[in-house]
Design a protein around this ligand. Structure first.
Ligand SMILES: O=C(O)CCC(=O)c1ccccc1C(=O)O
Ligand SMILES: [Mg+2]
Length: 322
């Protein structure tokens, strides 16, 4: 049998945030990525996306670009399978080109991303009206005393909602304890009908043991995110004893086939999450989410309101302007 080869083309894109993302790592204003286009022997065209976040633990956009540039004009499955683990966003982008997109079933529910700080108090209602019932709010961005005051107000919103707190590794041990204590108090003594679903990545990646310890001391659940950015890290944390929540960002996790295998074998509590990829990376990521997400967990893909809207011609334009 003849080995399948695909003619490879790729383009770099930039997308502005409508409202830049504030996290404890800083401010993110432009999403840069690479779109891959494969054409098979019959002329069938399929797309994939490389959307790295180097501050989160993936390769940089320059490393991904350099990898694409050194490939021959025709690629094979064998070349894709041998992409090294140091290029997890490339592993995802290349392998997902050849995955079937699926029919969109079962359908998913989404968590809406609120702006950091006080702006959250003015932003939740519009998201609520759009149908979101779970919200994520970034903490560790401003002063903790301020954030705790805003948090108390969020806990009194006049709706039944779930709230995810995402510290992006920006808390000290003492601050993490204060947040967890506060969450546990609200759970015992609710101020209203908002519930904290979990605290995401309270401490830096190096503080794994401390996070494991915290997860045993408080009722409030903890989710690892930066600590499990790639499948390799996810496996390590699992084997070191993490049985809490795992945030999975498929676009930087590595090969979809390996992620699928791991999730099926270990039945982890998985929350799927966006990296602000375009519709191309997003459809491949959501396919994995539909297969592998814990059924009771909404997916963190309610982020479209943060990015400049895509018009229907963006992909064609990307190809014609280079
Ligand atoms: O997971 C979500 O709900 C939204 C996506 C999100 O917060 C995010 C998006 C890009 C990079 C990092 C993060 C993060 O979870 O820390
Ligand atoms: Mg996070």
């Amino acid at each position: 049998m003849e080995i399948a080869t695909y003619q490879l083309e790729f383009r770099r894109y930039q997308r502005q945030f409508q409202s830049p993302l504030h996290t404890s790592h800083g401010i993110w204003k432009v999403r840069e990525g690479i779109i891959l286009r494969f054409t098979d022997a019959t002329g069938k065209v399929d797309y994939g996306e490389i959307a790295p976040i180097s501050w989160f633990g993936s390769e940089t956009i320059e490393q991904a670009w350099a990898f694409c540039c050194q490939l021959p004009p025709k690629v094979t499955q064998e070349m894709i399978d041998s992409i090294p683990d140091t290029l997890p966003a490339c592993q995802f982008g290349f392998e997902s080109v050849l995955e079937e997109v699926g029919d969109g079933k079962p359908s998913l529910t989404y968590s809406g991303l609120l702006p950091a700080g006080e702006a959250a108090l003015g932003a939740w209602e519009k998201l609520w009206e759009k149908g979101y019932r779970t919200f994520k709010w970034k903490i560790g961005v401003g002063a903790i005393a301020e954030e705790l005051k805003i948090f108390a107000k969020l806990m009194q919103l006049p709706v039944s909602a779930k709230l995810r707190l995402d510290a992006n590794g920006g808390l000290s041990y003492d601050q993490a304890q204060l947040w967890l204590q506060t969450c546990d108090r609200f759970a015992e003594n609710p101020a209203g009908t908002v519930e904290v679903e979990y605290l995401e990545q309270p401490l830096a990646v190096e503080e794994f043991a401390a996070m494991l310890e915290l997860s045993r001391c408080y009722s409030c659940a903890i989710a690892l995110d930066e600590s499990v950015a790639t499948l390799k890290q996810l496996q390590e944390c699992y084997h070191k004893g993490w049985r809490g929540i795992f945030i999975i960002k498929p676009a930087i996790a590595g090969f979809p086939s390996r992620l699928r295998q791991f999730c099926r074998e270990y039945q982890i509590d998985a929350v799927f999450s966006s990296v602000f990829e375009t519709e191309i990376g997003k459809s491949a990521a959501l396919k994995l989410a539909r297969e592998l997400s814990s059924p009771n967990r909404t997916v963190g893909f309610g982020v479209d309101h943060l990015l400049a809207p895509e018009d229907s011609q963006w992909l064609e334009r990307l190809w014609s302007t280079h």
